[in-house]
Design a protein around this ligand. Structure first.
Ligand SMILES: Cc1ncc(COP(=O)(O)O)c(C=O)c1O
Length: 499
C-alpha cells in the first residue's frame, strides 16, 4: 500500500483527506492518480497523521516515483558545440554543482518562518504575465485580503516588491522631504534603521531613546512634540523584533496626531500575529514583511497608506529622489483603473502571498492572534520551568517573539549550533548590545504550532542539561502541557458561559 492509499485508509475517503489537509479534492485525486504525495508535503503529512506516516516515507516514495533529474550540460550536442570545445566553459565553475535541496528545518527564529505547504504549492504554479487579466484579478483579491489583515479600508493597500526594509524605505522616501523634521523612536535595532532612513532622505531627525527591552515611552514622545511643534512625521516600531517588546501603537499615534504629525508604523513582526488595527488606531502609513507572521516567502512588503499620506505626497514640490519608490508612479500599476507597466512584478511570490493571506482569512484574524497567544503561554511556561528569564516585562511581551536571557556560564552560540545540528531547530541570537546575552524564540505564523513548542523545549532542555545546567526536560514539558490544559479548561468554561 503506498502512502496515499494509507492516507485514505486513515481518514476514510479522498474528501476526508482533502479536508484534513485543507486542500481541494482535485489535489488529493491527483496524488491517487500518480501514486505518490509530493515531497514538499512530507512534514505536513507526518504532523497531520500524528506520525503514523513519517516524513521520510513520503520523501522516499516521491523520490522513487519522481526522481529529480537535472542535466545542466548535455552529454552530446548534435546541433551545438561540444562541451570540451565550448569557449564559454572557461567561465564555468570548476566544482560540479548539483540542484539545491534545502534540509527540513524547524524555524523558530526571528523570521523567516516555515511556509505552509499550500503556499509552497501555489508558488510553484506556472508563471503568467503581470498584466494577464487573471493575474490582475488575483491582485485585486490580494489587496482586499491585505485590507482584512491590516483591518483597514485604505484603497492604497498593496504589497511592495522587496523585503520589509523596502517598505520602511518607501515610507521615508515618500513622506520625508529634505529639511523635514522627523521624530524617530528607538528602542531596538529597527528604530535605528528608521533613523538611518530619515537621515538619508535629508530629514532632520529628533531621536527619542528607550532602553532595549522596554516599550517606547509615550510621555517622551509628547515632550519631544511639544519641543518640536514643526515635526512632520513620527516613526516607531510596533513590535521590536530585536527585543520581543511591544509598544502602544494606538496611543503613540494619538499623541502624534494631537501635534499634527503623520505616523509611520513598522508592523513587520506584528501583522498577523497580534492586533494591528489601522483604521481604528488611525495609522497613516504602515509596512510589514511577508516572511514573519504571514508565513510566506520573503521578499514582499505589504503597505497601507491613508488618504492623508496620499495628499501629503501629492503636495510635495520636489521630485521624489527614488524613481522605483515614487508613490505617484507606482499607483499606476497597483490602481485598479490604470494598470500600466511600472516594474516586473514578482508574480509567483505574489501568488504565494495571496494563498498565505487566504489561510489567515480562513482561520480568522482573531483566531490567529489567539493561537499566537496560546502557544506563547505554553512556551513561556516551559522556558520558565527551565529557570530562564524573559528580557521584557510581562505586559509588553510579544507572543510571536520571545526573548530570554542566556544563563551565565553557557556558550550561547554553541547552544544554537547544537540545536541546529542535532535537532534541525533554528532560534535567533541577540543583536547589537544584546549579542551573546539573549536567545530569541519566534512563534510566528505557520511555525506557531504545539509540535514546535514541544520540540523546542525538549531540544533546548536536553542541550542545556548536556552542558551541565540543572535543567529537567520533563519539568519544562510538563509545565507547557499544564499551560495548555489550563487554557483548554478556561476555553471550555468561556464557551459554556456563552451558550
Ligand atoms: C521590526 C522589523 N523591521 C524591519 C525589518 C526588515 O525586514 P526585512 O529583513 O524583510 O528587510 C525587520 C526584519 O527582521 C524587522 O524585524
Amino acid at each position: 500500500m503506498n502512502c496515499v492509499e494509507r492516507l485514505v485508509e486513515i481518514f476514510g475517503t479522498q474528501a476526508d483527506v482533502a479536508r484534513a489537509f485543507q486542500l481541494d479534492r482535485a489535489v488529493v485525486h491527483h496524488w491517487i492518480k500518480t501514486g505518490y504525495v509530493p515531497a514538499r508535503w512530507a512534514g505536513e503529512v507526518e504532523r497531520v497523521t500524528q506520525g503514523r506516516i513519517h516524513a521520510m516515507e513520503i520523501i522516499h516514495e516521491a523520490s522513487v516515483k519522481n526522481p529529480v533529474r537535472v542535466k545542466s550540460r548535455p552529454e552530446d550536442a548534435p546541433f551545438g558545440i561540444y562541451p570540451e570545445s565550448d569557449p564559454m566553459t572557461q567561465f564555468a565553475p570548476t566544482k560540479r554543482i548539483q540542484s539545491f535541496h534545502p534540509p527540513q528545518r524547524t524555524l523558530m527564529g526571528p523570521g523567516p518562518t516555515e511556509i505552509h505547504p499550500r503556499v509552497l504549492t501555489t508558488m510553484s504554479q506556472p508563471a503568467i504575465g503581470y498584466l494577464d487579466p487573471v493575474f490582475v484579478e488575483m491582485m485585486e483579491e490580494l489587496k482586499s485580503l491585505l485590507r482584512y489583515a491590516y483591518q483597514t479600508k485604505n484603497p492604497l493597500t498593496f504589497p511592495l516588491s522587496g523585503p520589509g526594509s523596502v517598505g520602511m524605505e518607501y515610507c521615508f522616501v515618500n513622506m520625508v522631504a529634505p529639511g523635514d523634521k522627523a521624530i524617530i523612536c528607538q528602542n531596538g535595532v529597527f528604530g535605528g534603521r528608521m533613523l538611518e532612513n530619515a537621515v538619508r532622505c535629508g530629514g532632520v531627525p529628533v531621536v527619542i531613546e528607550d532602553k532595549w527591552g522596554e516599550p517606547i515611552d509615550p510621555q517622551k514622545l509628547e515632550d519631544a512634540l511639544k519641543k518640536n511643534p514643526d515635526a512632520k512625521v513620527v516613526a516607531f516600531v510596533h513590535a521590536e523584533t530585536s527585543t520581543g517588546c511591544q509598544s502602544d501603537a494606538k496611543l503613540l499615534t494619538q499623541i502624534a496626531h494631537k501635534h499634527g504629525a503623520l505616523v509611520i508604523v513598522d508592523a513587520v513582526t506584528s501583522l498577523g500575529g497580534s492586533p494591528v488595527k489601522v483604521d481604528e488606531w488611525d495609522i497613516d502609513a504602515i509596512y510589514s514583511a511577508s516572511q514573519k507572521c504571514l508565513s510566506c516567502t520573503p521578499g514582499l512588503s505589504p503597505v497601507s497608506f491613508s488618504e492623508r499620506v496620499v495628499e501629503h505626497v501629492k503636495k510635495r514640490k520636489d521630485k521624489i529622489h527614488s524613481w522605483f519608490m515614487d508613490m505617484n508612479l507606482l499607483l499606476g500599476y497597483w490602481n485598479a483603473g490604470t494598470r500600466t507597466y511600472h516594474h516586473t512584478a514578482p508574480t509567483n511570490a505574489l501568488f504565494a502571498l495571496h494563498e498565505a493571506l487566504l489561510l489567515i482569512r480562513e482561520e480568522g484574524l482573531e483566531n490567529s492572534w489567539a493561537r499566537h497567544m496560546r502557544h506563547h503561554f505554553a512556551l513561556k511556561a516551559g522556558l520558565e520551568a527551565m529557570g530562564l528569564k524573559f528580557l521584557v516585562k510581562e505586559q509588553y511581551q510579544l507572543p510571536q517573539m520571545n526573548a530570554v536571557l542566556c544563563p551565565e556560564r553557557v556558550n550561547e552560540e554553541e547552544v544554537r549550533r547544537r540545536l541546529l545540528a542535532d535537532f534541525g531547530l533554528e532560534i535567533g541570537a541577540g543583536l547589537g548590545p544584546l549579542k551573546g546575552k539573549i536567545w530569541r524564540f519566534g512563534l510566528m505564523g505557520y511555525s506557531c504550532r504545539p509540535d514546535n513548542v514541544m520540540l523546542c523545549l525538549s531540544a533546548l532542555g536536553s542541550v542545556l542539561a548536556d552542558m551541565g545546567l540543572p535543567v529537567h526536560v520533563g519539568d519544562a514539558e510538563a509545565a507547557a502541557h499544564g499551560a495548555y490544559a489550563q487554557m483548554h479548561v478556561k476555553d471550555a468554561q468561556r464557551k459554556k458561559r456563552a451558550a
